[in-house]
Design a binder for this molecule. Sequence first.
Ligand code: G3H
Ligand code: 13P
Ligand code: ZN
Length: 331
Amino acid sequence: MTVNYKNLGFVNTQEMFKKAFAEGYAVPAYNFNNMEQLQAIVNGCGQSNSPVILQVSSGARKYADQTLLRYLAEGAVAMARKAGYQNPIALHLDHGDSLELCISCIESGFSSVMIDGSHLNYDENVALTAKVVEYAHRFDVSVEGELGVLAGIEDDVVAAKSIYTDPDQVEDFVRRTGVDSLAISIGTSHGAYKFKPEQCTRNPQGILVPPPLRFDILDEIEKRIPGFAIVLHGSSSVLPKYVATINQNGGKLEAAVGIPAEQLRQAAKSAVCKINIDSDGRLVMTAMIRKTFTEKPQEFDPRKYLGPARDELTKMIIDKNRTVLGSADRY
Ligand code: G3H
Ligand code: 13P
Ligand code: ZN
């Protein structure tokens, strides 16, 4: 029996993307693995009146237990409505790698799934993605596909080099698969080390400045599939202030570098309707927990270090929605 996500208070991504496209902003997709991250995401997006996609990887399902995680998400919607937030909330599988995983999520009440066939050859990617779409659309669940490979870790798959999306393939891929949105590769990558120092220059403050995203490829893709929702993965900015707090409090993150906020802002105004953020949330929590442990070494109540981490993450999310994605105050 498939649980109807609409009865849980979730929406699929269709209307979200239509509005984001028309108004020139991007919907944030924040990953979560635990209660504190989920509270911060739902409160941050509720308080800033932003649509939100709650994003769950297969690693998150393994870590937190898939049943518990799904009930946490259901509870988060109830919490949001009780607080009076009216923003739409989607529950999305991040980097699904098989039809079976997508079916399992759809059966349990997800409103959107990603099937990531980007590591397969083109025809295999088309065939797998089309199968997922055929199944998901029976339940009005949205599907995100991917063309092109991002460097870094995509769940259990590690790609050493990115392969930019080929604009010549996108129209055929979208038509043959029936996907609702398309993740592309234009220079972003997963994790906190998106660029090697030798690929970067340094600004006067000594901060590493990465090479710009390939907006020329994005433009070309937009021309081939006008009006179609594009997704950017690997879009954390790796905010220097949190990296510095981590390093000042016993951490060792060297040469961490992300996507500059101005470039994400530019992307959000284009056909990019969804921007994925996981690493920035991880960095905020780690920074605050390390800081608490330095300042209060006697502390051992998890609420006393997870609480400040959750509060700072809420603030970071509100700021990102307002100043980077442009998704705040839309409902
Ligand atoms: O794209 C990858 C996401 O950041 C999820 O990461 O597989 O470690 O949960 P994860
Ligand atoms: P970051 O590692 O840049 O946060 O990317 C997350 C992501 O793309 C999840 O799918
Ligand atoms: Zn991703």
